[in-house]
Design a protein around this ligand. Structure first.
Ligand code: GAL
Length: 372
């Protein structure tokens, strides 16, 4: 090719890139709807230069949509959710995309003792407490939000009064979602308190890398480089043991299809995968989980600074209708919830989740997407 033709090809190529790629931007707030008690809920939209889009609402500081390109550059919305606030407030909402807390996961019998005082929490899961309570848990309240345009981020804040859902202390929480041009949704949490109190926050996004409403995630291939987990009893409360994954269906040290061994778990109390993995030595540059979808080629890689991750394979999904009328059948999505161990408040041998006045709770979770 002579130099002149080469220049023309280059110019046309650059024009195509300019036409197909977009700029990173934050839009919002825009009105999303109202809660049953009439509180306005707002939406923010983050876009990056690769066409990835994250939609977020102030109800529960929730991720409602995540448009991710596949290996051909075609995007699909890979998270479960609803189209309306009423959907998010309905019985069909099993914590889709929300910020979960003050303490995510379970607390045995909804009780704990701190500095000699017993605290009683809502019992909303059999005889136990789940995901921060029944009425004013962090997923059910409307947060304040501000766009951080120069960072392509939105910061949500909520001040939970002393005693809310039975937890001690006024807790000031922030969750910042950033969409990077490396196709990462970065979630950064911070919290401070005026009394010692337990804190264990997570994001509860349900992923199906073929797109929400697709078939089950049993063909997704999962890797979790972890040698240990916290076995649980019939109520999914940790027994206190830290057990080896080796020789069990919970060993994902080698890439394995989620469906390969799940049958061995369906008759156990977890009904499938619902296990908390103890993460070995890691930092924010070491993947703690990788999920590959053979159909779309999409890959989700998870990074965190937390000591554990809960793998949940949508065993309680019941065929409810979500966004665009799509049906969310049993095991049609998975959650990888970065967090501390469940019921840590009742297990002094587990890493502590007690936040004291003067300290700041911090947690980073990165959901990074690629395609191959
Ligand atoms: C998960 C939990 C499951 C179930 C689900 C919500 O985080 O591990 O047991 O409670 O939330 O339906």
């Amino acid at each position: 090719m002579n130099l002149h033709r080469c220049r023309i090809v280059f110019a046309v190529g650059s024009l195509c890139v300019m036409l197909t790629s977009s700029r990173a931007e934050v839009t919002g707030p825009t009105a999303y709807g109202k809660t049953a008690d009439g509180t306005a809920v707002e939406q923010y939209v983050l876009k990056n230069k690769n066409g990835m889009v994250a939609k977020l609402i102030t109800f529960g500081a929730t991720v409602t949509e995540l448009e991710v390109p596949d290996k051909k550059g075609k995007t699909a919305d890979v998270v479960l959710g609803f189209d309306t606030v009423a959907g998010y407030q309905s019985e069909d909402n099993q914590y889709f995309g929300c910020t979960t807390g003050r303490v995510c996961n379970r607390i045995a019998k909804g009780k704990f003792t701190l500095d000699g005082k017993e605290y009683k929490l809502a019992v909303n899961n059999g005889e136990n407490h789940l995901h921060g309570g029944a009425k004013r848990s962090l997923d059910r309240v409307v947060w304040k939000a501000e766009p951080l345009k120069d960072k392509n981020a939105v910061r949500f804040t909520y001040s939970s009064p002393d005693g809310e859902e039975g937890y001690p202390g006024k807790l000031d929480v922030s969750v910042t979602y950033t969409l990077t041009d490396k196709n990462e949704l970065r979630i950064e949490y911070a919290a401070t308190t005026d009394k010692a109190t337990p804190v264990n926050l997570t994001n509860h996004s349900y992923f199906n890398l073929s797109g929400h409403g697709s078939d089950t995630i049993l063909d997704h291939e999962l890797t979790i480089p972890a040698d240990k987990y916290t076995p649980t009893d019939e109520g999914l409360i940790p027994t206190g043991k830290i057990a080896d994954v080796a020789g069990t269906p919970i060993d994902f040290n080698k890439p394995t299809k989620i469906g390969a061994r799940i049958e061995k778990l369906v008759k156990t109390p977890t009904l499938g995968y619902d296990h908390n993995f103890v993460l070995g030595k890691h930092d924010l540059t070491t993947p703690i989980a990788t999920v590959r979808d053979p159909k779309s080629g999409r890959v989700l890689t998870v990074y965190t600074d937390q000591p554990a991750v809960q793998l949940y394979t949508g065993n309680f999904l019941k065929g409810q209708k979500g966004k665009g009328g799509k049906v969310y059948k049993h095991q049609s999505a998975l959650c990888l919830e970065t967090q501390h161990y469940p019921d840590s408040v009742n297990h002094p041998e587990f890493p502590s989740i007690i936040l004291k006045p003067g300290q700041t709770y911090k947690h980073v979770c990165v959901y990074a997407f690629s395609a191959e």
